[in-house]
Design a binder for this molecule. Structure first.
Ligand SMILES: Nc1ncnc2c1ncn2[C@@H]1O[C@H](COP(=O)(O)OP(=O)(O)OP(=O)(O)O)[C@@H](O)[C@H]1O
Ligand SMILES: [Mg+2]
Length: 265
């Protein structure tokens, strides 16, 4: 049976319907939950109604999908349609409130069963994989890949990047494009800093791939409703807001010599 989502979403991400809320994830600050989809998939769902707000979901899509296109392993992303009945069945009042506030479209990430958290203390990740993730984080100013909170998984012996909600700093402050493009990025606390010596070659390979057309395509994956109000752009069409995100990232990719972390120089 073809699934017709309750809410019409115009993005290229697949839409699955939640059929069961399984359990909360133990570690997540935003109370992400494990959800069964009607496609037999199991997803880690970030709820639209969480305190962090939809901007973190925008960052998850933009940075996750950009990373995937640059050859970084990111679990598949989907939109998860949550209906009222599932929310009402949830006995835990805190979770029920979150689910009720999130009826409609949410973000799902394919759950990697039995994956291990990568904490940097055991066997090191492959240096090329690590350098790519480090470069992506520097490009998108992702401050959430520290030793304390690595947001990396090891699955079948390979490194997977998750949780990009804290990236795209500019969407919380909206500086001019120029200010964001050249903003330095500190890697001292980054769990993959060991790979910094590979940054120049990774930069040479990846920066040219962050083109306006790739960015435009990625931004179309973001649902209209999740795009924020941009100061000075009251009432702007969603595509105009998408273009601002793409411009910020394209400008920064073109200015990598200004922010490429020391140690990679
Ligand atoms: N795709 C996945 N497969 C398996 N486990 C996952 C997956 N995504 C997340 N997890 C687990 O759930 C935890 C919380 O997920 P995530 O870091 O994305 O949530 P968060 O609320 O943004 O977290 P925080 O803000 O606390 O870093 C992860 O640390 C990891 O242990
Ligand atoms: Mg996390």
């Amino acid at each position: 049976m073809v699934h017709v989502p309750a809410v019409t979403v115009h993005t290229g991400l697949p839409v699955v319907r939640a059929i069961r809320y399984v359990e909360p994830l133990r570690e997540g600050g935003s109370l992400p939950g494990l959800v069964e989809g009607d496609d037999l998939g199991t997803y880690v769902v970030k709820f639209r109604g969480a305190g962090q707000g939809p901007k973190t979901l925008v960052a998850e899509i933009v940075v996750g999908e950009l990373g995937r296109r640059l050859g970084i392993r990111v679990p598949d992303l989907v939109l998860v349609d949550l209906d009222d009945a599932i929310a009402r069945r949830e006995p835990d009042p805190e979770i029920q409130a979150l689910l009720l506030a999130s009826v409609g479209v949410n973000l799902g990430m394919d759950f990697l069963p039995r994956s291990l958290g990568y904490d940097g203390h055991g066997r090191r990740a492959d240096a090329d994989d690590a350098a790519k993730v480090l470069w992506l984080d520097a490009l998108t100013v992702n401050v959430d890949r520290s030793w304390r909170n690595p947001n990396l998984l090891t699955w079948h012996g390979q490194l997977w990047a998750i949780d990009h909600g804290a990236a795209l700093l500019f969407q919380h402050t909206w500086p001019g494009v120029e200010a964001f493009a050249a903003r330095p990025y500190a890697i001292d606390d980054h769990v993959l800093a060991f790979a910094a010596d590979r940054l120049p070659s990774v930069d040479a390979a990846l920066a040219p791939q962050v083109t306006p057309s790739v960015l435009k395509e990625i931004l179309t994956l973001v649902p209209d409703d999740w795009l924020p109000e941009v100061p000075g752009m009251d009432g702007a069409e969603p595509d105009a807001v998408r273009a601002v995100y793409a411009d910020h990232l394209a400008a920064r990719a073109a200015a990598s010599s200004a922010w490429l972390p020391a140690g990679g120089a």
